[in-house]
Design a protein around this ligand. Structure first.
Ligand SMILES: Cc1cc2nc3c(=O)[nH]c(=O)nc-3n(C[C@H](O)[C@H](O)[C@H](O)COP(=O)(O)OP(=O)(O)OC[C@H]3O[C@@H](n4cnc5c(N)ncnc54)[C@H](O)[C@@H]3O)c2cc1C
Length: 341
């Protein structure tokens, strides 16, 4: 049986970051990805300001840079000004390929078309046949993680997001739409890219089933005169149920760890940071990660807001209108942004 210091399952932003950091520290790393091509992922590709923590992220990857988000409610429209911070849109295939090009400069072994089908105490099984022994295992395998299942962790907060990817340059602004009647405590978005736009919405299926979310999304598309006839419909879950990242010699990162925000659905930043921090924890057993603590704090803050909004019932629509009015004041705008980020 072949053996590696660290086996990482999943080559999304979390796995790729983790693999690069470990390989640079001379760890014998094997990165396994079930898909043939690294990068593509159902995602709106919004990278918020703290996403500029990607060291050396080349400008050419940043498709659009936004200093403001247009915030819509049924009766109001406000501008969220981002001050010094910005939000970018990036294409996930390009991001993955850029991370891969950096990883290829190291000694890490990357195997695509390699689906991990089983996990045992000290080894994994690829494509139901090949066994690989590990000292450390990193689950970077996203929201339906096999590693998380092996650890016996239940996932209760599993949001569902749907989007159309439409080949058009018609949309110029980054926009979010809160409508309690259609999306409960969540929202619909318009995220323009260079050659396409992602238009989608998100919800917790415990509060609004996928079927009803789809129906409501169609109503919203019609109300906003959005033509999706040339778009590709996509849907995927987002795991927001964080239950820890370190389990003896097994680690979880990114969506596998449930680090995505339940409030915003954002997860690329959390994936990257956790990938890097877990690598540091494997390199140095005594490493204490302040950045992981910060991620968890941010998650708790987001959950608090979300639970308040969820519990508001009929007052939620009033809260959204109030929020739009508050955002019109620059002082409140700053406070709200600081609290969420
Ligand atoms: C519709 C939608 C829109 C979103 N929009 C945004 C956004 O605008 N901004 C943002 O920050 N986040 C967004 N997210 C969330 C974001 O996509 C994730 O948080 C992020 O991709 C998590 O990265 P990751 O590396 O943890 O996992 P992933 O990117 O999911 O990567 C996991 C990898 O593991 C592989 N894999 C899985 N199982 C196995 C297996 N058994 N064997 C081998 N390989 C395996 C997968 O093929 C995949 O390549 C969105 C999500 C959705 C669904």
């Amino acid at each position: 049986m072949k053996s590696h210091d660290v086996v990482i399952i999943g080559a999304g932003p979390a796995g790729l970051t983790c693999a690069e950091k470990l390989a640079k520290a001379d760890k014998k790393v094997l990165l396994l990805e079930q898909n043939e091509i690294i990068g593509p992922k159902i995602c709106a590709g919004g990278l918020s300001s703290h996403g500029s923590d990607y060291p050396g992220l080349p400008d050419k990857l940043l498709e659009h840079k936004y200093k403001k988000i247009i915030f819509h409610t049924p009766f109001n429209k406000a501008i969220i000004k981002l001050n010094k911070d910005s939000i970018y849109t990036i294409d996930r295939k390009n991001l993955g390929q850029w991370q891969l090009s950096k990883l290829k400069k190291t000694n890490a072994i990357i195997k695509t078309k390699s689906r991990v089908t089983e996990i045992k105490k000290n080894h994994i099984i690829i494509n139901n046949s090949e066994k690989i022994r590990f000292n450390y295992l990193v689950g970077a395998d996203g929201s339906t993680s096999i590693v998380r299942k092996y650890l016996g962790l239940k996932t209760n907060e599993l949001n569902i997001a749907i989007q159309y990817v439409i080949p058009t340059k018609k949309y110029k602004n980054l926009e979010i739409f809160y409508d309690s009647k259609l999306f409960h405590s969540w929202y619909a978005w318009i995220f323009p890219h260079k050659n396409y736009v992602s238009i989608g919405c998100i919800c917790d299926p415990r509060l609004l089933s996928l079927e009803n979310l789809r129906k409501n999304f169609n109503i919203w598309l019609k109300n906003n005169k959005i033509d999706v006839s040339k778009g590709e419909y996509q849907t995927y879950p987002i795991n927001c149920d964080y239950k820890g990242y370190r389990f003896k010699n097994i680690f979880l990162v990114g969506d596998a760890a449930g680090l995505a925000s339940g409030l915003t659905g954002e997860g690329i930043y959390q994936a990257t940071i956790s990938g890097e921090e877990v690598a540091k924890s494997i390199i140095n057993k005594n490493y204490v990660s302040k950045k992981m603590d910060e991620l968890v704090k941010m998650k708790k803050r987001h959950n608090k807001i979300l639970h308040l909004v969820e519990k508001s019932g009929p007052f939620r629509k009033v809260e959204y209108e109030l929020m739009a009015l508050l955002l019109k004041s620059s002082l409140m705008n700053k406070k709200i942004i600081n609290f969420i980020s």
